[in-house]
Structures are given as structure tokens and as C-alpha cells.
Design a protein around this ligand. Structure first.
Ligand code: B1M
Length: 225
């Protein structure tokens, strides 16, 4: 690149290229772009937001408008994951000691995991020890994470309106198990709202991965009080 561009302009162009390659499902190019941006010293939060998330948002919009279909979406999701794997250690790097233990999963019946993985990474980056319960997680498995892994936060993601009720079932199961004095719940995902969180008695709601990490930190303060 000619030196008539400032470092900031070059970094922005690199992040746009990452987003573009992700939209086109080019995993090796996404990986290469992410590696290059990291080598150039671009903050990983910027790589995540301006590169990877920005690209996936476009894919989501295109899918909604029937401008692309499930196979293209899956290929783009794979490209996003390969980029995320590269920045994961850097997001975790600043962790000194765990702020707490957070179990996360996409609720029963729901297989969407891109947002859930982003939240997990942001939680790790914020200093939490994260127990990833995966996708299609029934209430019993979240309870198991409390009992066996000492989870203090139960973080649930749902992308389908039809799977949101499983969040309530899990909140109720935690109440029944009598652990809600030391365990808090956070919910999120595209169809989920603060008003739904209030309705089902969840302790927290966050509209995006970064806010989920902030909410998790606030809830840890409440747990420790
Ligand atoms: Co699905 N899908 N999908 N899909 N899919 C949606 C969600 C949909 C809105 C598309 C549409 O119709 N416009 C629609 C749901 C409609 C509804 O219920 N209202 C839908 C549908 C219908 C389906 C199927 C039923 C399609 C079918 O088979 N007929 C099927 C269901 C399968 C199942 O789960 N049982 C299905 C399947 C799939 C794929 C497998 C093809 C793929 C998933 C791949 C994967 O995850 N590994 C897929 C995808 C990719 C999407 C879209 C296009 C993108 C979702 C995504 O990853 N977004 C989506 C359309 C859309 O959202 N525009 C769609 C990017 C991701 C970063 O955002 O997950 O929202 P998101 O996470 C955000 C926030 O929501 C938040 O943080 C993230 C950003 O920072 N967040 C939290 C998420 N979890 C959080 C938890 C928190 C806090 C914040 O606290 C714990």
C-alpha cells in the first residue's frame, strides 16, 4: 500500500476486507486478514466488531432478504469461527484471575451458536472462567454446571422465538434447586428483550456480547455482596 494512507485508514481498510471476505465465506482470507491485523497492532476488539461482527451482520441481513441461503450462511459462519479462534487467546490474555465462573449455552431446541460463542469470548476476555455447555442445552445441564463446575452465572442464548420458553424453564429449575442466592441468570439473543427477562425473572439481559460481559461483571458484584 502507498504511504499516502494514514495507519488508521489502512487499519480500517483491512477490517473492511475481513468483513468482505467473511461475507463471501472465504475462511482462509479471513484468517489471513485477522493475522495481518493482529500483527499490525489493531486492537482485537476492533477486529471483532469492525471486521467479524460487521461481516456477519451483513450476512444476517442478506439471509433475511432472501439474498443468500442457508449454505452460504453456514460457510460465512465457518469463516467467522476461524477468525474468532485466532483472536480468542488475545481476548483472554489480559485475564489475571477469574472474576467468577460463567456457564453459557444456547437453550434447548436451539442450534444457533455464533452469538453464544461471541458472548463466551467476551466473558473470557473480561476475566471470567467460562464453562461452555454448547447448544441445545436443557435446564438439567445448566444445573449440572452449577453443581459440578461451581458456575455463578448462567448465561442463556436463544435465537428462535420458539426456544425462548426454555429460558423460563431454566430460571424456574434454578429457583427450585434453591441456588438463586449465589447464582444469577443472564439472557440474550436476537428475539430476547429486557421486558422478557423481567417477565421470566431472569437477573439480567444484554443486547450484545460486550454488554453481556458488562452485565456479568455487575451481577458478580451483587453475588459477592
Ligand atoms: Co437461523 N434463524 N435458523 N440459522 N439464523 C434466524 C435466527 C432467523 C431470525 C432468520 C430469519 O428468519 N430471518 C430465524 C428465527 C425466526 C424466529 O424465531 N423469530 C431463523 C430460523 C427460522 C432458523 C431455522 C428454523 C431455519 C430452518 O431450518 N427452517 C433453523 C433452526 C435450527 C435450530 O436452531 N433448531 C435455523 C438454522 C440456522 C443455521 C444452522 C443455518 C445458522 C446457524 C449457524 C450457527 O449458529 N452455527 C443460522 C443463522 C446463521 C441465522 C442468522 C442468519 C444469523 C444468526 C447469527 O449468527 N447472527 C439469523 C438471522 C439474523 O439474526 N438476522 C437466523 C450473528 C450473531 C453474532 O448474532 O446470535 O443475535 P446473535 O448474537 C448477538 C446478540 O443477539 C447477542 O450478542 C450477539 C452480538 O454481540 N446475544 C446475546 C446472543 N446471545 C446472547 C446471550 C446473552 C447476551 C447477548 O446473554 C447470555
Amino acid at each position: 500500500m502507498c504511504d499516502c494512507y494514514s495507519e488508521e485508514e489502512t487499519a480500517l481498510a483491512d477490517l473492511k476486507a475481513i468483513a468482505e471476505n467473511l461475507i463471501n465465506g472465504k475462511a482462509p482470507a479471513v484468517e489471513e486478514g485477522v493475522r495481518q491485523a493482529m500483527d499490525d497492532g489493531t486492537p482485537v476488539r476492533e477486529i471483532l466488531h469492525e471486521g467479524l461482527i460487521a461481516g456477519m451482520n451483513v450476512v444476517g441481513q442478506k439471509f433475511k432478504n432472501n439474498e443468500c441461503y442457508i449454505p452460504e450462511v453456514l460457510i460465512a459462519a465457518r469463516a467467522m469461527k476461524s477468525g474468532m479462534e485466532l483472536i480468542r487467546p488475545r481476548l483472554i490474555e489480559e485475564k489475571v484471575e477469574p472474576l467468577g465462573v460463567a456457564a453459557i449455552g444456547t437453550v434447548k431446541g436451539d442450534l444457533h451458536d455464533i452469538g453464544k460463542n461471541l458472548v463466551a469470548m467476551m466473558l473470557e476476555g473480561a476475566g471470567f472462567e467460562v464453562v461452555d455447555c454448547g447448544i441445545d442445552v436443557p435446564p438439567e445441564k445448566f444445573l449440572e454446571a452449577v453443581k459440578e463446575n461451581g458456575a455463578q452465572l448462567i448465561c442463556m442464548s436463544a435465537l428462535l422465538t420458539t426456544t425462548m420458553p426454555s429460558m423460563k424453564t431454566t430460571v424456574d429449575a434454578l429457583k427450585e434447586a434453591g441456588v438463586t442466592d449465589k447464582v444469577k441468570t443472564i439472557i440474550g439473543g436476537a428475539p430476547v428483550t429486557q421486558s422478557y427477562a423481567d417477565q421470566i425473572g431472569a437477573d439480567g439481559y444484554a443486547p450484545d456480547a460486550a454488554s453481556a460481559a458488562d452485565r456479568a461483571k455487575e451481577l458478580m458484584v451483587e453475588i459477592k455482596e
